[in-house]
Ligand binder design. Structure first.
Ligand SMILES: C[S@@+](CC[C@H](N)C(=O)[O-])C[C@H]1O[C@@H](n2cnc3c(N)ncnc32)[C@H](O)[C@@H]1O
Length: 285
């Protein structure tokens, strides 16, 4: 597995904000009506993180944990409203999708040692939950499973190490997910959440192909894609410059098949915005 020598020096795909000052841009674009909204939203921890760091690992993790926090009473209240928006609820369903499908794959794999990779891992809370559940309910599977989290940014890797400190079967690697040599060979399961949304079609195709190449025959790739929710997208674009590549179930299926996956299964989450996908590499004969 290739480690990145200067991970932080490279550009993170999820850092989509360009303007140095968002209020200044809003002024220049004559969107004065958005200035009070911007000021108010900054009291919510979720919105402030989105404004300052676009679709960061902290932004995703705040949504996954679903616990409102903010400055003063108003920030807390706003945060809880934002956490209940369709966009946030559907992001949370991909977090449960990853856990469910990793557990299903591990249950179906049978004996032997298995490697589960999260790329990019951000704060690897989904894998942590899987490990906690296996240790409690399926200790025999837990004992032969190795978890690997890969991210270009060392900050979420440190937080992931702290989160999983009671589990000795976790390894975290600072590396560029877009480099073909980054992924460990012969992985059994790869999960990728909150990354494809920031990639162009061309970059996504190359990333899916790398994941396919890294899996052993019969290995499973778990991912998701998002449809656009008008309100969440408007707020994200205008106030946080958080730009997302939205894709339908048909588009993500076509991309996974083009990358070589033999079977692709998709479903829609309850909110109706998230496509939850599981793709399998052809098994060896
Ligand atoms: C929205 S977060 C998603 C993280 C995690 N999968 C989740 O669902 O919480 C995006 C993550 O991608 C990482 N990232 C961005 N570009 C990357 C790249 N080229 N290689 C590896 N990680 C990258 C960021 O550091 C960040 O942790």
């Amino acid at each position: 597995m290739r480690q990145s020598p200067e991970p932080t020096a490279r550009r993170l795909a999820n850092r989509t904000r360009i303007s140095r000052s968002i209020p200044r841009r809003l002024l220049l674009e004559g969107k004065l009506h958005l200035l009070p909204v911007y000021a108010l939203l900054r009291t919510s921890d979720l919105a402030r993180e989105g404004i300052e760091n676009s679709g960061s690992f902290r932004f995703a993790d705040h949504i996954y944990r679903g616990r409102a926090s903010g400055r003063y009473g108003v920030g807390m209240l706003l945060d809880s409203v934002l956490l209940r928006l369709r966009g946030a609820r559907s992001m949370r369903s991909r977090f449960y999708h990853s856990q469910r499908e990793v557990l299903t794959a591990l249950n179906e794999l049978g004996g032997g040692e298995h490697t589960v990779v999260s790329v990019p891992s951000g704060i690897a809370r989904d894998l942590f939950q899987v490990a906690e559940s296996l240790r409690k309910d399926r200790p025999e599977i837990y004992a032969r499973t190795r978890f690997v989290g890969i991210d270009l940014d060392r900050a979420p890797l440190e937080l992931s190490r702290e989160l999983t400190r009671d589990h000795t079967n976790f390894t975290f690697v600072a590396a560029d997910a877009l480099h073909p040599a980054t992924l460990p060979r012969d992985a059994d399961v790869i999960s990728s959440l909150g990354f494809g949304e920031f990639l162009t079609d061309q970059a996504l195709a190359a990333f899916y192909a790398s994941c396919h190449a890294a899996l052993r025959p019969g290995g499973v790739f778990i991912t998701s894609a998002m449809n656009r929710d008008r309100l969440s997208d408007y707020l994200a674009r205008e106030l946080a410059e958080l730009h997302t590549h939205y894709r339908s179930a048909a588009q993500i299926t076509a991309a996974l098949e083009a990358a070589g996956f033999a079977t692709v299964r998709t479903s829609s989450d309850k909110v109706g915005l998230q496509t939850l996908a599981v793709a399998s590499k052809k098994a060896a004969r």
